[in-house]
Write a protein that binds this ligand. Structure first.
Ligand SMILES: *Cc1c(COP(=O)(O)O)cnc(C)c1O
Length: 385
C-alpha cells in the first residue's frame, strides 16, 4: 500500500539521536534549546517553546492566553480534534467558524458575520485558533484585522504548515498572531517522533508556556515569590504539566529541520505534478492555493465534484484495494459524537459539511516516486469513469 503520508529518515537523523543516547542528558539537556533556537530562527519569531506534542502546545497556548471557564474559543471545524480540545481542557466553551470550500481554511466572510453576531449577543471569543489546512496559510491579513477590531487573541495551528509562507514571510513568524503551533508527529512535514512547538514574539507568553510546560515550577529568582530562599529551592507558582520534549526527540527534530526546505520543495513539485495530471478532469478539483502564499503541502486534497457520498465510499475502497492509501481529512469536528453530545448539530457549518462530503487525500510525501503519482492518478480517473 502506498500510504497517504510517511516520514523520511536518513543516516544523519539516526546519528543525531544516537549521539544524544551516548551523552549526559536524555532530557532537559542542550538539544531542546538548540532545536528551539533553530526553529525560531527559521521562521523569524523571537521565542520558541518546544513540548511533547502539538496537542500539549495548543493547551499551553490557551493557558498562556488565560483561557478559562466562562471564556469562548473559536476554531475551524475542518481540523484534527486537538485544535478544539485544547479549549475544553481549560474549561472554556468551543465554537466553530465555517470554511471556504475552495481551500478548507476558515472563511473570512463567515468569520466577520459571526463576529458581528457574537458582539451583539455578548458572545465574543477570547481566542481564535485558525488552522492552515493541508499546509496552506489562512488569509492572515484579513483575519488579524478582524481579530484586532474585536479584541480577540489569535493562535495559528500550523501543524500542517511548517515551511509554508504567506506574503513572503515564513509561517511561525507570528506577524499576524500571538502564537503559532507546529507538530512533529511522523506524518507531518518534519518529525521528532512525537513533538510540538509554539513560537511567539511575546516574552510574557513564552515565559508562561515554558513555566506551564514543566509543572509551573521555577528556579528563576525573578519569578519566585521568595527569591532569598536557599540555593536548592524551587517554587511552584502555577499549576502546570509535564509537557517537556526530550533531548532524544529534539535531536531528531533538529536534524530534520535542516531538510525542511528540501521536503517542502519536493512536496510542492509532486503537488504540481498531481495538478497537471488532474487539470483536464471535470470530476476532480484540487484545493486552490492562493497566489500570495506557498503551501507546505502536508496533504494533497482533492474535491470530487458531482459525486454522491456512496460513490466516494466505493472509490475509497477500490483505491485502497489497488494499493493506493487514500484518506479523508477531516470529518468536521462538530459532528464527532463527543461534540454532538455538547449540542452541535448537522448543518451547523454547511460549507464544512459539504467540503467533507467531497474530499479525498491522495498520497503525498517527499520519497513518493513520480511514477507512483501517475499510477495513483490513473487508478483514480479509471475508477471515476
Ligand atoms: C496533527 C495535528 C495536531 C496534533 O498534533 P500532535 O503533535 O499529534 O499532538 C493538531 N492540529 C492539527 C491541525 C493537526 O494536524
Amino acid at each position: 500500500m502506498i500510504p497517504y503520508g510517511r516520514q523520511s529518515i536518513d543516516a544523519a537523523d539516526i546519528e543525531s539521536v544516537v549521539s544524544v543516547l551516548r551523552s549526559d542528558f536524555l532530557t532537559q539537556g542542550p538539544a531542546v534549546p538548540q532545536f528551539e533556537m533553530a526553529v525560531s530562527k527559521m521562521c523569524g519569531a523571537r521565542y520558541a517553546v518546544a513540548s511533547n506534542s502539538a496537542t500539549s502546545a495548543l493547551h499551553l497556548a490557551c493557558r498562556a492566553l488565560d483561557v478559562r471557564r466562562g471564556d469562548i474559543v473559536w476554531t475551524s471545524p475542518i481540523t484534527f480534534v486537538a485544535s478544539a480540545n485544547c479549549a475544553l481542557y481549560c474549561g472554556a466553551e468551543i465554537d466553530f467558524v465555517d470554511v471556504d470550500i475552495e481551500t478548507g481554511n476558515i472563511s473570512v466572510s463567515a468569520l466577520e458575520a459571526k463576529l458581528i453576531w457574537a458582539e451583539s449577543h455578548n458572545k465574543l471569543p477570547k481566542v481564535l485558533i485558525v488552522v492552515h489546512f493541508a499546509g496552506q496559510p489562512c488569509d492572515m491579513d484579513s483575519i488579524s484585522r478582524l481579530a484586532k477590531k474585536y479584541n480577540v487573541s489569535l493562535v495559528e495551528d500550523a501543524s500542517h504548515a511548517i515551511g509554508a509562507s504567506y506574503n513572503n514571510e515564513m509561517v511561525g513568524a507570528c506577524h499576524y498572531s500571538d502564537i503559532t503551533i507546529f507538530s512533529f508527529h511522523p506524518v507531518k512535514i518534519i518529525t521528532a517522533g512525537e513533538g510540538g512547538l509554539a513560537t511567539t514574539n511575546s516574552s510574557r507568553l513564552a515565559e508562561k508556556m515554558a513555566l506551564l510546560r514543566s509543572h509551573g515550577v521555577t528556579r528563576d529568582k525573578n519569578q519566585m515569590v521568595d527569591p532569598s530562599d536557599e540555593q536548592w529551592n524551587y517554587e511552584q507558582i502555577d499549576l502546570g504539566f509535564n509537557y517537556r520534549m526530550t533531548d532524544i526527540h529534539a535531536a531528531l527534530g533538529y536534524s530534520q529541520l535542516s531538510k525542511l526546505e528540501e521536503f517542502v520543495d519536493k512536496r510542492n513539485d509532486l503537488a504540481a505534478l498531481y495538478d497537471s495530471l488532474l487539470c483536464d478532469s471535470s470530476r476532480v478539483k484540487p484545493l486552490i492555493v492562493r497566489p500570495d502564499r506557498r503551501s507546505a503541502y502536508h496533504l494533497y486534497v482533492i474535491r470530487l465534484l458531482n459525486q454522491s457520498g456512496e460513490k466516494r465510499g466505493s472509490l475509497f475502497d477500490s483505491l485502497r484495494n489497488q494499493g493506493v492509501g487514500v484518506n479523508v481529512h477531516y470529518r468536521p469536528v462538530h459532528t464527532q459524537p463527543y461534540y454532538s453530545n455538547m449540542g452541535f448539530k448537522q448543518n451547523d457549518f454547511p460549507q464544512a459539511e459539504e467540503f467533507y462530503s467531497q474530499i479525498l487525500s491522495l498520497p503525498l510525501y517527499p520519497d513518493l516516486e513520480e511514477e507512483s503519482v501517475k499510477y495513483i492518478v490513473d487508478r483514480l480517473l479509471e475508477n471515476l469513469n
